[in-house]
Design a protein around this ligand. Structure first.
Ligand code: A3P
Length: 334
C-alpha cells in the first residue's frame, strides 16, 4: 500500500464512501467560538453551555454526550471537584459489589486499586468499555451537560456536595501540590485571589453553585432519579447515609446484614483512615486519573479545615455569596 503523499490523501472516508471531517476539525472550530478565561493557576477554561471546562476534558465530554449508551441499571456519581468524590466512589463500589466481594475478602479490589481506578470519570477516560454490574461512572458535569440518553433512561444519579469553604480550601491545596511539583519555583497565588475567581464561577466545571442547584432541584422533583447527599452528613452519620444510598440503588441492606454489622464494616473499610493508609493510595507514582498520583486524593478528610487557610472574614463573605445564590431553593450548605 502507498503512503499518503499530501494532505488530500489523509482525508477520512466513511464505510459508506462519503468524506468525513478531519479529526478534531469541528472541535477546533467549536473551541474558537467559545468564551475563554485564564485561571489564576494559568490554565485555560472554555465556557461550554454555561460551564467552564478545560480543552482536554471538553473533547471527551462531547464524545460522551454524543455516544454514551446508558443501561437502566447504571449509577452515575456526580460531584464538584474536591467534594468527596473518592469517598463516594469507594462507598458505592463497596455497597453495590458486596455480594461479590465481602469486606473480609483479601482480594477486595479496593485493597489494591485506588477508587478512581474502579469508577471511571467520564470526562477523563472514555468509558465505553466499562465492565461489571451495575456499571458505575463518575463525573463533575452539571445536569445540563449530561447526555440526553442518561436523562431519559432509568439509570440513577447520586450527587454529593460539600461545604464551599472546605471544597475551596481542599482545591487550593490540591492545585498547590500539582503546581509545585510541575514548577517548584512558581509562586502559587494567594487564597484570597483564588477565592475571588472561585466566586466568579471560574473553576473546573463551575460555577459550582449552578451545579449544586441543578442537582438539588432535580432531587426534589425526581427523587427516584437523583439522590442528593452532603459530605458533612456522611461524616455525621455514615450508617444512615449508606442505608439511604443502598435503598436508592435498589440494593437495600437486609436486617440480617444490619445485625451482622455489614454497614458498619463498609463504613470503616471506606473511611479516610483505612483507605489513605493502604499502600496503593500512598503511592506517588501510581495513577488512576491521568497525570494525578493516587495519594493526592487523600489529604485530611476533615470538616472545618478552611480555618487553617482562609480568614473568618473571607469565609463569611463566601457564605453570604453562596446564601445569595441559593436563595429560595431551600438548600443550606453550612
Ligand atoms: P481535604 O482536602 O479537605 O482533606 P475528591 O475526592 O472529590 O477529590 O475530594 C478530596 C477530598 O476528600 C479531600 O479533602 C480528601 O482528603 C477527602 N477524602 C478522600 N477520601 C476520603 C474518605 N474516605 N473520607 C473522607 N474524606 C475523604
Amino acid at each position: 500500500m502507498d503512503c499518503p503523499q499530501d494532505d488530500d490523501d489523509l482525508q477520512v472516508i466513511s464505510s459508506k464512501g462519503e468524506e468525513l471531517p478531519q479529526p478534531n476539525e469541528s472541535f477546533q472550530e467549536l473551541l474558537q467560538s467559545l468564551p475563554i478565561r485564564k485561571r489564576i493557576t494559568k490554565e485555560l477554561l472554555y465556557l461550554y453551555d454555561g460551564f467552564w471546562i478545560d480543552e482536554s476534558c471538553l473533547e471527551v465530554v462531547i464524545d460522551f454526550q454524543q455516544n454514551f449508551q446508558p443501561q437502566d441499571t447504571d449509577i452515575i456519581l456526580v460531584t464538584a471537584p474536591k467534594s468527596g468524590t473518592t469517598w463516594l466512589k469507594s462507598l458505592v463500589f463497596t455497597i453495590t459489589r458486596r455480594s461479590q466481594y465481602t469486606i473480609s475478602d483479601k482480594n477486595h479490589p479496593l485493597l489494591t486499586t485506588n477508587p478512581h481506578g474502579l469508577v471511571p470519570f467520564v470526562e477523563y477516560v472514555n468509558p465505553h468499555n466499562h465492565v461489571g454490574t451495575p456499571r458505575l461512572f463518575a463525573t463533575h458535569l452539571s445536569y445540563t451537560l449530561l447526555p440526553e440518553s442518561i436523562k431519559t433512561s432509568k439509570c440513577k444519579i447520586i450527587y454529593l456536595c460539600r461545604n464551599p469553604r472546605d471544597t475551596f480550601v481542599s482545591m487550593w491545596h490540591f492545585e498547590h501540590k500539582i503546581m509545585s511539583k510541575l514548577d517548584p519555583s512558581w509562586q502559587f497565588p494567594s487564597p484570597k485571589e483564588c477565592l475571588e475567581q472561585f466566586c466568579e464561577g471560574v473553576s473546573h466545571f463551575g460555577p459550582f453553585w449552578e451545579q449544586i442547584l441543578q442537582y438539588w432541584k432535580l432531587s426534589n422533583e425526581r427523587p427516584e432519579k437523583v439522590l442528593f447527599l452532603k459530605y458533612e452528613e456522611l461524616k455525621g452519620d455514615i450508617i444512615a447515609q449508606c442505608k439511604k444510598m443502598a435503598d436508592f440503588m435498589n440494593c437495600s441492606f437486609s436486617s440480617e446484614e444490619e445485625n451482622d454489622g455489614v454497614i458498619k464494616d463498609i463504613a470503616k473499610f471506606c473511611s479516610f483512615e483505612h483507605l489513605s493508609n493502604l499502600e496503593v493510595n500512598k503511592q506517588t507514582e501510581q495513577r488512576s486519573v491521568p497525570q494525578l498520583d493516587n495519594g493526592i486524593f487523600f489529604r485530611k478528610g476533615e470538616i472545618g479545615d478552611w480555618k487553617n487557610l482562609i480568614t473568618t472574614s473571607m469565609a463569611e463573605k463566601l457564605d453570604q455569596f453562596v446564601e445569595q445564590k441559593l436563595q429560595g431553593s431551600g438548600l443550606k450548605l453550612n
